[in-house]
Design a protein. Structure first.
Ligand SMILES: [Zn+2]
Length: 371
């Protein structure tokens, strides 16, 4: 019933029609030779692949097209746009899946009881979804023995699919730490699509087609990097699979979480100011500070650009919830439009002011602009 699936079906349908052209026999020949290689080897270098291709009579300029085709049909895995992977062709996907499964599922290695240090690292993986390179090397030791270059190729592949992230980028190889999002725990209290209170303001990342699961994970890692840049320790972060909280400074908390908008997946980014409590216990809610709001927004925009650069044809829009409509039907307004105009039309009758959003997110001080 999902709109996105319907659209996908149509696209695939169109693609199939375009595919009725016969495939050259040299391509078929090349495919079966690659599959033969794949019986024993997980990946081969692009040079080797080029050699096989030329034996089959495929010219160098055509090779990229053939590799794209084989990648699209699921015979091989090849990414010419990834700097670290463009010289490698994955020839055995089944073997690759075994390798990946070791990390993302809860299976404990059978020899772990004999290795107390690894046992400890395993517990950290279970409780915090943090994977130390030492443990990773142990889990992949058989593949590493076969071919030392496997290790970095696997890491890079897992990153491409959003299954593994490097924590604190730039650490020395050997001491790296990774996050495994599929291992993160679920928090009972997920974020809701609801009206902001005085101390909060929220932005929604709404997909134009569908929202890849990896976007949440990639943003979590981006915010971890931001926290790192700010010198905030892991005590200021709480990570879960459905929501994560970052104490950006002593006054503000940024929460990132998965929500549903009209049964479609979206993300909510909520910036909140901690509630002030005086000596008599009286509470005073304060609005988030504009400088923090703007910092989060510009960081978010910048990160989404890099997230979406690899997922061609997948778009998104930043939106804010309308504060003037029925709670259940409440539509979302485009953030860009709200920042440009004093008020935006809503439904057939209303013209809704954007004053709060502009006050919190706009770099331009309130100048009375008349059109
Ligand atoms: Zn409205």
């Amino acid at each position: 019933m999902d709109e996105g699936i319907e659209k996908l079906k149509k696209n695939v349908g169109g693609y199939m029609k375009a595919m009725v052209k016969p495939i050259p026999t040299s391509w078929v020949d090349f495919q079966s030779k690659l599959q033969d290689v794949g019986k024993t080897r997980l990946h081969v270098s692009l040079d080797e692949v080029a050699k096989i291709a030329s034996e089959c009579g495929i010219s160098k300029p055509t090779l990229n097209t053939v590799l794209d085709y084989l990648n699209d049909t699921g015979i091989i895995l090849y990414s010419k746009t990834n700097e670290k992977l463009k010289y490698t062709v994955i020839t055995n996907l089944r073997m690759m899946i075994d390798v990946v499964t070791k990390i993302i599922t809860v299976v404990k290695p059978d020899d772990i009881d004999k290795l107390p240090t690894l046992m400890h690292l395993c517990n950290t993986l279970d409780s915090e979804a943090i994977l130390q390179e030492q443990l990773l090397r142990h889990l992949w030791r058989h593949q590493k023995k076969k071919d030392a270059s496997n290790f970095e190729v696997f890491i890079e592949l897992m990153k491409v699919f959003g299954l593994l992230f490097e924590k604190q980028k730039g650490s020395q190889p050997g001491n790296r730490m990774f996050m495994v999002p599929t291992r993160m725990q679920i928090n009972k209290e997920g974020l809701e699509v609801e009206e902001d209170e005085q101390q909060t303001v929220s932005i929604y990342v709404t997909p134009t087609d569908f929202l890849p699961d990896a976007v949440y994970n990639l943003l979590v890692v981006s915010f971890l990097d931001l926290m790192n840049d700010k010198g905030r320790s892991s005590d200021h972060v709480e990570l879960f699979r459905n929501r994560s909280d970052f104490d950006l400074d002593d006054e503000h908390v940024v929460s990132l979480g998965a929500v549903k908008i009209k049964s479609r997946n979206a993300l909510k980014i909520e910036i909140s100011h901690r509630i002030k409590v005086d000596e008599h216990g009286k509470e005073e809610p304060l609005e988030p500070h504009p400088s923090i709001c703007m910092e989060v927004l510009s960081y978010l925009r910048q990160q989404l650009k890099t997230v979406y650069v690899t997922t061609e044809g997948v778009g998104y829009e930043l939106r804010v919830l309308c504060h003037a409509c029925e709670p259940m039907l409440r539509p979302l307004h485009k953030l860009e439009e709200c920042l440009k105009k004093d008020s935006v039309p809503c439904g057939k009758k209303k013209l809704v002011t954007t004053a709060r959003i502009r006050r919190l997110f706009s770099t331009v001080e309130k100048t009375t602009r008349r059109s």
